[in-house]
Design a protein around this ligand. Sequence first.
Ligand code: PMV
Length: 316
Amino acid sequence: MLKASGESFAKIILIGEHAVVYGQPAIALPVKSIKLTATLIPRADQQQLIASTFYHGPLAAANTSNFAGIAHLLRALLTFFGAQQQGFDLKIVSDLPPERGMGSSAATATAVVRAMYQAFAVPLPHATLLRWTAISEKLLHGNPSGLDAATTSAQRPQWFVKHQAPHAIAFPSNGTLVIADTGVAGQTKQAVAAVAARLNADPNRYQPKITAIGQAVRQAAIALADDQLCALGQQLNVAQTQLAALGVSTPALDHLIQAAQAAGALGAKLTGSGLGGCMIALAKDHAAAQAIAQALTEAGASAVWQYDFAQSEEHS
Ligand code: PMV
């Protein structure tokens, strides 16, 4: 094993969460200013030690913590490389707030797989990376679409359909997203399960909402291609209406969404699984974004970030 490190980014779902689990498309973007790095350092002894936000200690004892998915992935990787007895220190340093719909678990998995492949000097095709990250995401979320892993490992915004290879989608050069945190942990597994339960119990009522989100995603893609920020904002609002009807918005999310709209947002919605976590608001430019960011802070957001669409075309 060589000393190695892997990197990944935070992700924001622009539009399409939840419906993406049922085969509809989604658009999501990596936020390269919010990073996660996994560093692997081989040890002479056989200790396998982890230092991360979620877990500090030996790999063997990581089962009961919320690090279980990553621990399972790590064991699978060590077995794959025939290195079950290899000692190492794994350090995970993250700027991503956990459980906020920013893809922290998928970003961790991505960085760990990259570090492991680099440590054994084996090239890592992107499709292979996504297959590995699905191992921990499945354990953590039950029925993940794969969107988080595809985006936290990408350089550009992604058009994503479950079970298909994701591809980059171009964003206009103007427009800014304001991202605000309710300060409440999102609950991906519960939110995905709640939507599944509703769909199961009353498909006639809930399936049209899934279909409507998919339609809003397609309209959003057209608006992005045509540089039509107002039209894009309208589709974000359409998606939010449907997500609320699916039962995954909360009063705290609704409150921030209303504050953003009152401050001039072209559209606003929750991002990620909902039931807590973050919301996004679309601003026509950087100055409008500043006003919206201020309004969101005043409305009680625990953290606010800005993402200029111009960033989406920058290469690292
Ligand atoms: O809350 P997050 O960032 O893990 O996003 C979940 C997105 C869902 O569409 C709700 C689930 C999925 O697997 O795509």
